[in-house]
Design a protein around this ligand. Sequence first.
Ligand code: C2E
Ligand code: CA
Ligand code: CA
Length: 754
Amino acid sequence: MRRSMRHFLRSTIGISLLISLTLWAAGLSDAVGHMYWNVVAKWTRRPAPESVILVSVDDFADLQTRDEANLLTQIRKQMPRNVFFDARIPVGINGTGDAELARAVSSFGKDIAFVVRAQKPDRFDASMFKFPSKTIVGNAPIVLSAWNSNFLYTVESAPYFIELNGRKYPTFSTALAGQYAGAQSVYYPDISVGSDSIIKISGRSLLERGAALGILTGRTVVVTSSGQAPLVGYFGTEMVQPIAADIAGAEALRKPISMNLTFLPLLALVVGAISAVSRIGRQRVKLPLYAAIVVATWCVPAILRKFGFVAYPDVPLLMLAIYGSIRLWQKRTRRIQHTSLSGLPNLVALSSQPLPVGRDVIVAVVARYEEMLATLPRDLHGECARQIARRLSVGSGANDIYHGEGGHFAWTEEARPLEMQLNHLEGLRALFSAPLQIGTHTFDTNIHFGLDRNEGLDAVTRVNSALASANEALGNGRSIELFESHRLAEAPWELSLHARIEEGLRNGEIWLAFQLQFDFAENRVSGAEALIRWNHPTRGPIAPDAFILQAERAGRIDTLTYWVLEEAITAALALNATGPRFQMSINLSAQMVDKADLVTNFAEIVRRRGIDPSLLTVEVTETSSVRNRPAACHNLTQLRAMGFRLSIDDFGTGEASLAYLADLPSDELKLDRRFVSRLLTSDRDRAIITNTIALAHDLGQSVVAEGIEDAATFSMLRELGCDHAQGYYLGRPQPFAVFVQEYEESRRRGMMAV
Ligand code: C2E
Ligand code: CA
Ligand code: CA
């Protein structure tokens, strides 16, 4: 019980309820109530009852008690139902007049009463009421008029009786209505009674012309003069003579019920209704129901008031407004946190909450996601994302998969030991080897992961890190990229990479190393691979893997590539000038192969340098990060047509090795050093190498084995029919001068010393 109470108070409804009750306690809901009753009064306005007629003494130029005596006599002749004397009585000016008035009054017997009004609003003590002279009033009853009002002095209720000096006087409205008791001690005016439609005639014209005879007959006549009491506020109009409130009070009292229900029953109903509606799942039904609740909250008090029940809608309306605002706000933030098409929460949602402890952040990026969407009709885009998310959810065991732009999906997972986590992700990747079936479309996809294990850091940083790592994995064709926090410190360095590369090229920090390639058939050094080097003055030697990647990410790889090409040509020209045919290999980044100007730039350079392109081998790695695969194939085919040799680097490590081979007309395969290094120890790797060599030869390609570190591997490769060899065993990458020296030496010996 206590728990469900606590739960309720934390819910949106509970919070809105608390806020609105607080506003009520602070008196701020009164303003809402005031506006509400103003509108209701205007909308339900009806004429005042004809049973009451006012006879005004205001137009007597010099009012005397004699005039009033005459007036009463005249009124009596018309046989009114009863008379209330609510006017100034100028006693003491004319003695005989005073006596005449007293006589006229007493002639009415019980059918006349004197109205005494409070001189200030909301005051009920004896000092507020000025009683008329006893000599005039005689035994005639006295009724009082005083009102409780709201913060704008608008009348709200009046008591049935007011007690002054131990005597109970009925209030004017009760006397008008002939109702002296109710269920409660106060009654509420019928605010639909229009104040300007009260029938009022001039006392003077009644005296002079006798007025329309019989107009007063059977009616309640109120002899009035203005200025008897201050004006009062009245719902739906400006300030009015208080008689209007008294008449409205009498109208309310004529109804069988006059009862204040306060705001509580309506508030309870509203709370019940919105909690019921909020539990409905169907969004489309919800909105009209909420609207119905608002309309009902608005109409019900107005209708109830017609029957004498005063129910306040102020707190309920406030509560609805607050509830509505909170819900709208929640919806808006939720919309920001959901990608519209898939309905999955987005990365903002993931990074806007604190991540639980002991969890890794993982971002998966689906390769060629945009291409996939491009072939799908728009209405299937969401389904596509949901299907991927489902697969990831099943594979990872994570309940919530967050969807970012461009094929990114993120989630958190228990931080297992790194080895286990990597294996787990590799398994997840295997799940994606089965094609996606979306509508009638089938897609082969590939997925790459970015992993962030830096607990301690905030969610935004971690999600972004995992995201960047996933992109990096996609970019370099790796399945998983781990984000290491120390790389954050690298960011400024990476950002200024361009300037540094230019500087490095200018001052010789960046240079080209050459690693020999050995030809098994010719038994000689037949070429070299140009490998870039950077000896940074403060950072020391930077591994090419590292800065090539950064240059790619920073879009600065072009400068480096063309510089390498020029240097490699210089070297190739020199080596070919003095000896037998010497083949020079350069590496072409995956980020470059699909560039539109690649072929024209290469063509321009070889033409200018006057080199036969067939002396140059272009090594490309097979990575999925090539964004525009058709353009890449086109470029490479063009280069080959120009005479360049084409080599597929790191063969066997990528994702679509064979497919790549089928697409690309290449001249050479480079067996990745991961296979080569295990050639002697792993039967599986030996089988791969044997088969790859056979396959390559069938396709008319030659095979280069790289990463040969010992004599045994070297001779085994010779046995397996490999064409070329490269590795530390034969020679390390060397500066050009050193390379030339060793090359010349090997030539003098006639063959390699191996
Ligand atoms: P890669 O194209 O696979 O280059 C071969 C890498 O294997 C070189 O590393 C080389 O030093 C290393 N290596 C050669 N023999 C052995 C061996 O017997 N054992 C072992 N463990 N390693 C050996 P390096 O120079 O660090 O280059 C790494 C990667 O950087 C290259 O891999 C290539 O992808 C890239 N790279 C190097 N230079 C360039 C360049 O000019 N342009 C582009 N785009 N990428 C380059
Ligand atoms: Ca290479
Ligand atoms: Ca390689």
